[in-house]
Design a protein. Structure first.
Ligand code: HEC
Ligand code: HEC
Ligand code: HEC
Ligand code: HEC
Ligand code: HEC
Length: 209
């Protein structure tokens, strides 16, 4: 399938949408028929915590089927970016991989508890965090940003951070968000128009595999 895709890309890219659509439908059927099998691990999945795209509702499952990205992901803890950023924390305190690796990574529960052993310990949400640590489990965060495997997109943070692109360009202003909410419009036009502007590479294989 991948080799075929590459061939089609080089032969003429007007036919790629069809191929990708077929791949998408096939993948959707495959995931339907696999019932309760574990979700597909995304290629960039590297985190000490657990990261899933499990569906919280039938509606979000239906959206997934049609390759629409959900903006209503339910998280296991009512985490708040707003409060932590107001308390002077930096993105890289928690998303340690963002400048070096392909993955920003989500902090593990041990990091949370370095502070929450003493901060806000009586709050119900913090008690839940503490319970995960006590059980030796990670918080099962649901992934907010990803590309469907059928789109064959590869993304890396490193080059963007080194080129000085602000997180908010792609993720919105986190100071206004509690749990992260997917910013709309992370489509090909968005990526390519900035690449043109900054003379970053725009050949298909830069972003597709
Ligand atoms: C550097 C210290 C620090 C770290 C690390 C940290 N927090 Fe916090 N957190 C705070 C502070 C300070 C507050 C605000 C407490 C307050 O207002 O009483 C807070 C508030 C919260 C709240 C809101 C509590 C409430 O109901 O008012 C939640 C939920 C939370 N943190 C979860 C987490 C999770 C999950 C992690 C790990 C991913 C984490 N925190 C990591 C310092 C930290
Ligand atoms: C050019 C756009 C862009 C910029 C700038 C950007 N991101 Fe991302 N980010 C993405 C995309 C796209 C994904 C989904 C990646 C994937 O599925 O491969 C993502 C995923 C993530 C994730 C999910 C976990 C992971 O490891 O992939 C976190 C956390 C994250 N970004 C944090 C940040 C932080 C923090 C910054 C700034 C220091 C930042 N991002 C800057 C586009 C961007
Ligand atoms: C105290 C730790 C902490 C800090 C500081 C923090 N984050 Fe997060 N971030 C988290 C946690 C925990 C999650 C998972 C819950 C969620 O999705 O909101 C997360 C999720 C995200 C996601 C969605 C990841 C996904 O699932 O695709 C993005 C994007 C993100 N953060 C960006 C940022 C940016 C940009 C900053 C700085 C402006 C920042 N974060 C600061 C802890 C933190
Ligand atoms: C705001 C501007 C901007 C946006 C939006 C943006 N990029 Fe980039 N991208 C850059 C810059 C600047 C570089 C660095 C080029 C360099 O290092 O010479 C880069 C580099 C890259 C690279 C590495 C290229 C290499 O050197 O091999 C990839 C892959 C990439 N971007 C993919 C994406 C994808 C996928 C998206 C959309 C989700 C995206 N970019 C959105 C500006 C952007
Ligand atoms: C700078 C990054 C980047 C470059 C360069 C790029 N793409 Fe994309 N492409 C994307 C992203 C991001 C998506 C959207 C994936 C999603 O939302 O699921 C996408 C989606 C697509 C789709 C699916 C239909 C659609 O529009 O959502 C096709 C087909 C496609 N790209 C073909 C190509 C071809 C052919 C080239 C070379 C001429 C190319 N792309 C160059 C980033 C890029």
């Amino acid at each position: 399938m991948d080799r075929l895709l590459v061939k089609v890309i080089f032969r003429g890219w007007n036919r790629v949408p069809l191929i990708l659509a077929v791949a998408g439908v096939t993948a959707a059927f495959a995931s339907c028929s696999s019932g309760n099998q574990p979700q597909v691990k995304h290629p960039s999945y590297v985190t000490t915590g657990q990261f899933t795209t499990a569906h919280s509702t039938v509606l979000s499952a239906a959206k997934d089927y049609f390759d629409v990205y959900p903006t209503d992901v339910q998280q296991p803890i009512a985490f708040t970016h707003k409060v932590h950023l107001k308390n002077g924390m930096q993105c890289t305190d928690c998303h340690k991989g963002v400048a070096e690796g392909p993955d920003a990574t989500i902090p593990n529960v041990q990091l949370c508890m370095t502070c929450h052993q003493v901060i806000a310990t009586n709050k119900p949400e913090i008690k839940k965090v503490a319970a995960y640590q006590k059980e030796g489990e990670q918080i099962p965060w649901h992934r907010v940003y990803w590309f469907y495997p059928s789109a064959h997109v590869k993304f890396r943070h490193g080059p963007h951070i080194r080129a000085g692109v602000d997180c908010a360009t792609c993720h919105g202003d986190m100071k206004q968000q509690t749990v992260a909410v997917r910013k709309a419009g992370l489509d090909m036009k968005f990526c390519v128009s900035c690449h043109r502007l900054h003379k970053a590479p725009t050949d298909c294989t830069t972003c597709h595999f």
